[in-house]
Design a protein around this ligand. Structure first.
Ligand code: NDP
Length: 234
């Protein structure tokens, strides 16, 4: 059965691969983008997840074009790495506001229609770093760990209405975000990953579409790693 899917930050990277995977299986897919055009073949809505009014407008536009959002993929995210000693409060709160509060804004807005329909899927794109920690990533790791609490609390509130909320925790994926890594750091990370390589965005997308499927109806509050074994035990 085709569903209406909204992927935040679906104009590039992991979000785009997720949006394309849903589109390929016949779902009605919308992506948010902040600038430029929407990717070819996908319905785009402008949205900045740090702004509640912008989130509300984006959902309203998707509802008018494709129907109520049945599957939300909260994927939009940023990094702003620096060591604890140097991190400004603004750097900390800005990353939290985008990654964690942004996901909350979208989840809250999506829950309205999902509750009415008594069906919904929320998938939060976190990171291995959320539970593993990362040098220079106090802000980012806190934002990604917070998603686990969000998904598990939503599960307690909404699971009885056929709404699931899960976390996908990617390791290192080849996108713009990791392209900025110096070659030496990249090699160090690669040596620490049991799989010995970074993943493609499509490898994350496969897990997300599966979590949104009827097959995964009894999975909620889970944290699914897609990290080549990097975070085992965390
Ligand atoms: P990219 O940097 O390639 O893309 C980030 C996306 O988020 C872009 O679409 C961007 O939109 C969007 N975005 C950022 N800030 C906002 C905002 N305020 N409002 C709306 N959209 C916003 O990242 P990736 O594809 O690599 O990452 C996607 C998600 O996966 C992120 O949450 C990231 O933390 C997570 N992740 C990535 C990993 C990796 O190795 N790449 C590993 C683990 C997790 P725009 O184009 O307008 O800037």
């Amino acid at each position: 059965m085709a569903r209406t899917v909204l992927v935040t930050g679906g104009n590039r990277g992991i979000g785009l691969a997720i949006a394309q995977a849903f589109a390929k299986q016949g779902d009605r897919v919308a992506v948010t983008h902040r600038s430029g055009d929407a990717p070819d073949g996908l319905f785009g809505v402008r949205c900045d997840v740090t702004d509640s009014a912008s989130v509300d407008e984006a959902f309203t536009a998707v509802e008018a074009e494709l129907g109520g959002v049945e599957v939300l993929v909260a994927n939009a995210g940023i990094t702003d790495d620096t060591l604890l000693m140097r991190m400004s409060e603004e750097q900390f709160t800005r990353v939290l506001d985008t990654n964690l509060t942004g996901a909350f804004r979208c989840a809250q807005r999506a829950s309205r229609k999902m509750l009415r329909n008594r069906w919904g899927r929320m998938i939060f794109v976190s990171s291995v770093v959320g539970l593993y920690g990362g040098m220079g990533q106090v802000n980012y790791a806190a934002s990604k760990a917070g998603m686990v609490g969000v998904a598990r609390s939503i599960t307690r509130e909404l699971a009885s209405r056929n709404i699931t909320a899960n976390v996908v925790a990617p390791g290192f994926i080849d996108t713009d975000m990791t392209a900025a890594l110096p070659q030496e750091r990249r090699e160090q990370y690669q040596a620490a990953i049991p799989a010995g390589r970074f993943a493609t965005p499509e490898e994350v997308a496969g897990v997300v579409t599966w979590l949104a499927s009827d097959t995964a109806a009894y999975i909620s509050g889970a944290v699914i790693p897609v990290d080549g074994g990097l975070g085992m035990g965390h």
